[in-house]
Design a protein around this ligand. Sequence first.
Ligand SMILES: C[S@@+](CC[C@H](N)C(=O)[O-])C[C@H]1O[C@@H](n2cnc3c(N)ncnc32)[C@H](O)[C@@H]1O
Length: 276
Amino acid sequence: MDPSDRRAGIAALFDQLAPGYDRSGVPWFGPIGARLVELTAPRPGDRALDVGAGRGAATFPLVDAVGPTGHVTAVDLSPAMIDQLRTEAGARAVTALAARTGEATPDTLPPDTFDVVTASLVLFFDPQAAETLRGWVTLLRRGGRLGLSTFGHTDPAWAAAEAVLMAYAPPDVLDARTTGRAGPFATTETMTALLESAGATDVDSHDEPLEVTLPDAAAWRAWTMTLGLRQLWASVPDPELPAVLTRIEAALEPDRGDDGRLHLTQQVRYTTATRP
Ligand SMILES: C[S@@+](CC[C@H](N)C(=O)[O-])C[C@H]1O[C@@H](n2cnc3c(N)ncnc32)[C@H](O)[C@@H]1O
């Protein structure tokens, strides 16, 4: 598929997700975005760029970190996400923030400009990840810092539950856009190589666990319907849904703790680097 068609597909998926996005009550994008900003270490007064900003999981921690003398630019392919972000910025009375629809490339933003660029859970959607990343690096000034979050492993029960859904997905969606873990996103070593080939140095890529606690498999479905995983649920024919839910329930059972709730663990991969 043509890269611009794929990006249109990404925008359409997140336009659909935007109203309920990150409003499921499960702490997920927020803690990941905040930790990414912490590790990327913006300073007061910095000019920061958040690519694939969504509803602002990394954007608002950046706004707080750069303070009133700094400035944040937020970019997203999805117009509906940018609308939600602007509404949230208004509610928080944030002024030093420019939010715009589209991509972040040297054609759309001034190169050699930003002190910090972040992209939280974004790059694995891109059909041309290496090329896109090279563009983000050139938007940094020399010595500027880049921070990406992606996914590492999920615990075995969670992986088994996802595998039930994956079995229904057409082959062309079983890549990094749906798993977040294929190709250059597979390991911390491949992430380091990706960043270095994009012209960044001083790369650190490591995983940190994030636990999600849910009452049952139905809650897992409700939550994952608010994520990119929604496109996998869409592949399940309606008549098969009850059987799929039963299999997912069984798959998640090993994660049930003594408190009767499911405790799922996702390794989140944080990769930071510098433009030399
Ligand atoms: C999983 S969401 C993450 C949003 C936000 N960073 C967060 O952590 O909540 C991915 C977002 O990246 C956007 N996106 C994907 N590829 C992009 C690209 N190349 N340029 C700009 N936005 C992109 C999507 O539209 C979507 O809103």
